[in-house]
Design a protein around this ligand. Structure first.
Ligand code: SAM
Length: 239
């Protein structure tokens, strides 16, 4: 594992790159980056840029890119996790674990029995959790976290996925064999309040297959992490 610290920047258009804002504060005060330190810069394109810090100032640092390479930790198969908004910091936990497990996108939605709310600050916080998790597990992309106010919009955001799995707490058995999955996969898990019958019907109408996770009712965050891990394993992403 590389000991070089990793930082996201908006874009890299020249050899000289300026790091500012939150990532700069993290670099300077937490990671103790100084002039001469070799770091990795990530622009979200999947590339990793090796750079040497040439100047550290009060609010920014400058680094010179010396080489670039494609990151090799990104998933081969697209996994899209959607989860109902959860109370407290549980949505953050789901985002962090989903990023580690290799999802490419994360959707958080509101639904009939959902008791948590979302606002701009919370969504920005979730995207920060995604960036931190991506850096920690050496990914070169941080999955974007998006919010859907309407459950129907969350369902239609999975149009085009080859597999669509709907974790349904009142399903007697699974309509799909997860072990045999192949191809892009979208997963939906409900909030603490679960789904209504009507929402389950809408998911069916949008092409989702009901999945049972067994006879015990799992907490929403357990269900989201467990189903993502099982799907990632079946897709060969945890080998
Ligand atoms: N409030 C619901 C109830 O009392 O039945 C339970 C909701 S559960 C805490 C949250 C979500 O986790 C569910 O909507 C579902 O997506 C998923 N889940 C939990 N246990 C499950 C199971 N045994 N099978 C399928 N999905 C499950």
């Amino acid at each position: 594992m590389s000991g070089r610290k990793r930082f996201f920047v908006d874009n890299i258009t020249s050899r000289e790159v300026v790091l500012d804002g939150e990532e700069f504060v993290h670099a300077k005060t937490v990671q103790r980056v100084e002039e001469g330190t070799e770091i990795i810069l990530l622009d979200g394109s999947g590339k990793e840029y090796t750079a040497i810090v040439s100047k550290v100032e009060k609010r920014s640092l400058t680094a010179n890119v010396i080489s670039s390479a494609d990151g090799d930790k990104e998933p081969e198969t697209e996994i899209y996790l959607m989860c109902g908004a959860l109370k407290g910091d549980k949505t953050e936990l789901v985002v962090q674990k989903a990023v580690e497990l290799g999802v490419s996108r994360i959707g958080i939605f509101s639904s009939e029995f959902c008791a948590a709310y979302m606002n701009g600050n919370k969504l920005e916080r979730l995207n920060k959790v995604s960036r931190e998790a991506a850096k920690q597990c050496m990914r070169s992309r941080a999955p974007e976290v998006i919010y859907f106010d309407k459950f129907s919009d969350a369902l239609s955001s999975a149009d085009g996925f080859e597999n669509k799995l709907f974790a349904c707490e009142f399903a007697d058995k699974s309509e799909r064999d997860i072990g045999g999955l192949g191809g892009s996969t979208a997963i939906i898990v409900g909030s603490e309040g679960g789904f209504s019958e009507r929402e389950a019907e809408c998911a069916q109408g949008a092409g989702f297959s009901s999945i049972s996770l067994g006879k015990r009712i799992l907490r929403a965050e357990t269900a989201a992490i467990a189903l993502t891990a099982v799907a990632a394993f079946a897709l060969g992403e945890l080998k």
